[in-house]
Design a protein around this ligand. Structure first.
Ligand SMILES: Nc1ncnc2c1ncn2[C@@H]1O[C@H](COP(=O)(O)OP(=O)(O)O)[C@@H](O)[C@H]1O
Ligand SMILES: [Mg+2]
Length: 577
C-alpha cells in the first residue's frame, strides 16, 4: 500500500515520527473527549446539577479543542512538507531531463514531460499531503479506541473489531479496481497531452495539408476517451464511499443494539455504554477518511511512479576523467565499425571513417538514412552500441566526453530561441561577451539590417512571448552564437537549411562559410550543393556508408553519389520547367 519511493523523500522518517506522535495524541484526545462528554451527560441524567458537571464539561471542551488543534498542526506541517518534497522531486526530475538530453523528449514525448513536471508534481504533493497522515491515523486511532472499549465492554469491542475486516475487504477490492481504472486513465492522460502538444506544433503543417479538421476530430476523440475513463474512476470512488459509509453505519448500529440490550438486561451501566456509543463512529472515521481520499490520491501515486521512472533511468554518461587535447591542425579522429541501434532495428551499421585537422565532412543521404543519428552520436547525445573511436590517439568508447563536448558548436534545423532579448539569446553560451562582440557577431551572421529595423535593436524581446522570427532569422541567431564563440573548434550541423527557401539558403550559405574556417565541420544535409565546400563526403544509405570520398572522386565513380546528383538535377529541371 505504501510506495517504496516515498521512503526516499528527504525528511520522511522524522515526518513519520511526528505524524505518529500526533496520531497518538489525537487518539488520546478523542477517547478523553468521549469519556468526559459521557460523564457529563450521565451526571445530568442521574439528576445532578449542571454546576456539578462543570469540570467534565470543561475537560470535554479542552480535549475537543486539543483534537482540532492537533489536526490543524498536522495539516500545516504536511502542507509545507509536501511542497518541499514536491520541489525536491521537481529539481531532480529536471536535472535528470537535462542529463538525458534531447532523447528523453523523443522517447517520452514533450507534452507528457511538461505535464509531469507541472501537474504531475502538484498531484504528487496532494498525494503526500493526504496519504501519509491518513495511513498513520488509520493504523493507530482505531486500535487505541478498540483497546479502550475493551476495558469497558468486551462485547462491543469484539463487534467493532469484527466489522473492521469487512470494511477493509471492501476497501481493498474497490481500491484495486479503482487503481486499475486510474492507471488506464493516466495512460490516456499522457496520450492526450502528447497528442495536444504535437498537434499544436504541427498546426501549420496540418493546415497546409488541409488536415486540421480531421485532427480536431482526433483530439476530440482522445479527450472523450479521457472523460470516459475519468468518469469510470469516479464511479468506483462513489461506490467505495457508499460501501464504507454503509458498513461503518451498520457497525455502529449493531454496537448500539447490543448496548441497548445490555442496558435493558442490566449487564452494563449507562456511563460505559454511552462512552462506547460516542466512540463507535470515531472508530470508523480514520478508515473512512482514508478510503474516501484514496481515490483522490491515485493520480498522485501514478504521477510519482511515472516521475520516478524517469528519475531512475540510467544517467546519460558524461566522461569527465578522460582528457583529450584541443582540436587543432594536426588532430586526428578515427571511427571504426560504429554500430547504433534504436530499440528494435539497427539504425547505423558498421560505419568507419577518419578525418584530420580542420577538414569539412559532408554527411549526405535521403531522409531516414541515419544522418541525425550520426550527428547525435558525434555530439555525445547518444552512445553507439559498438565502436572503436580514437581522438588524437586516445581510445574512447563514445563522444560523451566533457573535453570533446566543450569544443562543439551544434546547429540543428530549428535552433532553440529563448524567451529573452536578442542580445541575451546570442550571448547565452558566452556570458562574458561584450556588446561590441555581439554586434559584430550579428553583422557577420547577416542580422545587422534586421536589428536596425527594430525599435529596441538588440534589446528587442524574441521567443514565444516576444517577436517571432522567421526560420532564416532563427538560423542567423544560431550563427551569431557560433561567431561569438571562437574557442569551439568543432562544428556540427544537422540540416540547418532544410526548411528554408532557396534564396534564404543561398544567403545563409554565404554567411556560414566563414565559420568553417579553422574548424572541423560535420555537415549533414540532403541538399547536394553544400558538398562542393566539403573535403570529404560520407554517403549514407539505410544506415550504412555506401561511399566515401571527395566530390570529384565520387562523381567519377558514377555510383550512389552520382545517382543522387542526377536525381536532384532532374528534380530542379522539373521544378524549373
Ligand atoms: N528516437 C528514435 N527511436 C527509434 N528510431 C529512430 C529514432 N530516431 C530515428 N530513428 C530511426 O533511425 C533511422 C535514421 O533516422 P535519422 O538519423 O533521423 O535519419 P535522417 O536524419 O537521415 O533523416 C530511421 O529509420 C528512423 O526511423
Ligand atoms: Mg535528420
Amino acid at each position: 500500500m505504501m510506495d517504496k519511493s516515498l521512503l526516499s523523500l528527504k525528511g520522511f522518517k522524522s515526518t513519520m515520527v511526528l505524524l505518529t506522535v500526533l496520531a497518538l495524541c489525537s487518539g488520546a484526545a478523542i477517547i478523553l473527549q468521549a469519556k468526559y462528554l459521557a460523564q457529563a451527560i450521565t451526571g445530568l441524567f442521574n439528576g445532578e446539577k449542571l454546576s456539578q458537571q462543570f469540570l467534565p464539561i470543561l475537560l470535554f471542551i479542552v480535549f475537543f479543542l486539543l483534537r482540532q488543534l492537533l489536526a490543524l498542526l498536522r495539516d500545516r506541517y504536511m502542507q509545507s512538507f509536501s511542497v518541499k518534497s514536491g520541489s525536491a522531486i521537481r529539481q531532480s526530475f529536471t536535472a535528470k531531463l537535462f542529463n538525458l538530453g534531447p532523447n528523453a523528449t523523443e522517447t517520452e514525448g514533450t507534452g507528457n514531460l511538461v505535464t509531469m513536471a507541472l501537474e504531475g508534481i502538484s498531484q504528487l504533493e496532494t498525494y503526500i499531503k493526504l496519504f501519509l497522515p491518513k495511513v498513520i491515523n488509520m493504523a493507530l486511532i482505531p486500535l487505541m479506541i478498540a483497546a479502550y472499549t475493551l476495558t469497558l465492554d468486551i462485547r462491543s469491542s469484539v463487534i467493532l473489531i469484527l466489522v473492521l475486516p469487512t470494511l477493509i475487504f471492501f476497501m481493498a477490492i474497490l481500491g484495486y479496481a479503482a487503481q486499475r481504472k486510474a492507471d488506464k486513465q493516466y495512460e490516456s492522460y499522457q496520450t492526450l497531452s502528447n497528442h495536444f502538444v504535437d498537434s499544436l506544433r504541427g498546426l501549420e503543417t496540418l493546415r497546409l495539408l488541409g488536415l486540421s479538421k480531421r485532427y480536431d476530430r482526433n483530439i476530440r476523440q482522445v479527450s472523450e476517451q479521457y472523460r470516459k475513463s475519468t468518469m469510470g474512476t469516479l464511479k468506483y470512488a462513489f461506490l467505495s464511499t457508499f460501501a464504507l459509509d454503509f458498513f461503518s453505519s451498520l457497525g455502529v448500529a449493531i454496537v448500539a443494539l447490543f448496548l441497548g440490550l445490555g442496558l435493558l438486561g442490566g449487564e452494563i451501566v449507562l456511563l460505559p455504554a454511552l462512552t462506547i456509543l460516542i466512540l463507535a463512529p470515531e472508530f470508523f472515521v480514520p478508515i473512512r477518511d482514508f478510503g474516501n481520499d484514496y481515490h483522490a490520491t491515485l493520480d498522485g501515486k501514478n504521477a510519482l511512479k511515472a516521475i520516478n521512472k524517469i528519475i531512475s533511468l540510467p544517467a546519460s554518461k558524461v566522461d569527465e576523467d578522460t582528457s583529450i587535447t584541443q582540436w587543432g591542425h594536426s588532430s586526428r579522429l578515427e571511427v571504426d565499425s560504429l554500430t547504433f541501434q534504436y530499440e528494435e532495428h539497427e539504425s547505423l551499421t558498421d560505419l568507419s571513417f577518419s578525418c584530420k585537422g580542420f577538414s569539412k565532412i559532408g554527411i549526405i543521404g535521403a531522409s531516414g538514412a541515419g544522418k541525425s543519428t550520426l550527428v547525435n552520436i558525434l555530439a555525445g547525445f547518444i552512445q553507439p552500441n559498438e565502436a572503436d573511436i580514437q581522438i588524437n590517439d586516445v581510445h574512447v568508447p563514445d563522444f560523451s566526453l566533457v573535453d570533446w563536448q566543450k569544443q562543439i558548436l551544434y546547429i540543428p534545423q530549428h535552433p532553440y530561441i529563448f524567451n529573452d532579448t536578442i542580445a541575451n539569446n546570442i550571448s547565452f553560451y558566452t556570458k562574458n561577451a561584450t556588446r561590441e562582440d555581439i554586434e559584430s557577431a550579428c553583422k557577420r551572421a547577416g542580422l545587422a539590417e534586421f536589428i536596425q529595423s527594430l525599435e529596441k535593436g538588440l534589446d528587442e524581446q524574441i521567443g514565444e512571448s516576444g517577436r517571432s522570427l522567421s526560420g532564416g532569422q532563427q538560423q542567423r541567431i544560431a550563427l551569431a552564437r557560433a561567431f561569438l564563440d571562437s574557442n569551439r573548434r568543432i562544428l556540427l550541423f544537422d540540416e540547418p537549411t532544410a526548411h528554408l527557401d532557396i534564396e534564404t539558403e543561398a544567403e545563409l550559405k554565404r554567411q556560414m562559410s566563414p565559420l568553417f574556417k579553422d574548424r572541423l565541420v560535420f555537415f549533414a544535409t540532403h541538399r547536394l550543393h553544400w558538398m562542393m565546400e566539403m573535403d570529404q563526403i560520407i554517403v549514407l544509405e539505410l544506415g550504412k556508408i555506401v561511399e566515401i570520398g571527395t566530390h570529384e572522386q565520387l562523381l567519377e565513380r558514377k555510383g550512389h553519389y552520382y545517382a543522387l546528383t542526377q536525381a536532384q538535377m532532374q528534380g530542379t529541371e522539373v521544378q524549373n520547367g
